[in-house]
Design a protein around this ligand. Structure first.
Ligand SMILES: [Zn+2]
Length: 255
């Protein structure tokens, strides 16, 4: 299994793209602005999108992706998986016929180019030889993390979250957790805002990392542009014994 980082930033700015991870060549986890850099043939092979939540930095590229799939008039439509609240938000506020066409009814309601599938906490969706398992996490809107497992191991993505009781037991139950991609949006100095916005800071993240029984590669994501170096420094200082790195566009992880 190959995970290619298309975007991992918490905002825009030169060189920054928001969250999108390409799993092998056909599945996206989140559809932020990072998908805009993909070659057309790479876009055309995407058939599944797992959303962590409805915030714009995680869905901004989805309307354009659906439009491309529609134009190509492919045999297999694009399927979007997310919890019910997220799907409702995407339908009501993006594909509502005003902001963008409702591709779940086009070219016809019987054979649309866009499909929605509810995937709630505890659900597993199998695609090819990969099992996508949804985990409840704690953000300012209903959100999910995911583990993705194949015969070689597991990688996990936290989605946007602050400290929570649900992610860590799931990670500890994984036999072969190889890679953990976890958000940490703000530096410690911005703890109050992070708490309100539902994000980790280096202090709250490293406190929670003590609950992790395994020793996977840990990759930090979702940092606010301009704060990356400070956040990384604070995380490493608070957890010097962990294998922690900073995600960047173009990083390819193999599990
Ligand atoms: Zn968010």
């Amino acid at each position: 299994m190959r995970i290619r980082v298309l975007g991992c930033s918490g905002g825009i700015g030169a060189g920054a793209r928001t969250t999108a991870l390409l799993v092998d060549n056909d599945v996206l986890i989140d559809a932020g602005t990072g998908i805009g850099d993909l070659a057309l043939e790479d876009i055309d092979s995407i058939r599944h999108v797992f959303l962590t939540h409805a915030h714009l930095d995680h869905v901004a590229g989805l309307p354009m992706l659906a439009d491309r799939i529609f134009e190509e008039n492919v045999d297999t439509p694009l399927t979007v998986y997310a919890r019910e609240e997220t799907l409702r938000a995407v339908q009501d506020h993006l594909f509502n016929g005003i902001i963008w066409p409702d591709f779940a009814k086009l070219p016809s309601p019987e054979k649309p180019m866009l499909r929605y599938r509810v995937c709630g906490p505890g659900d597993t969706i199998s695609i090819g030889h990969r099992d996508f398992y949804a985990i409840d996490v704690m953000h300012s809107v209903p959100s999910l993390g995911y583990t993705v497992q194949n015969s070689d191991g597991v990688f996990a993505v936290s989605g946007d979250t602050k400290t929570n009781e649900t992610l860590w037991p799931v990670l500890n139950a994984c036999d072969d957790l190889r890679v953990l991609i976890i958000e940490v949006s703000f530096p410690d100095e911005m703890q109050e805002l992070a708490g309100i916005a539902g994000h980790y800071t280096p202090r709250t993240l490293t406190d929670d990392l003590k609950r992790l029984d395994h020793d996977p590669e840990i990759w930090l994501t979702g940092m606010k542009p301009g704060e990356e170096a400070r956040i990384f420094e604070q995380v490493v200082a608070a957890a010097p014994d962990k294998n922690i790195q900073m995600l960047s566009i173009g990083t390819v992880l193999t599990v």
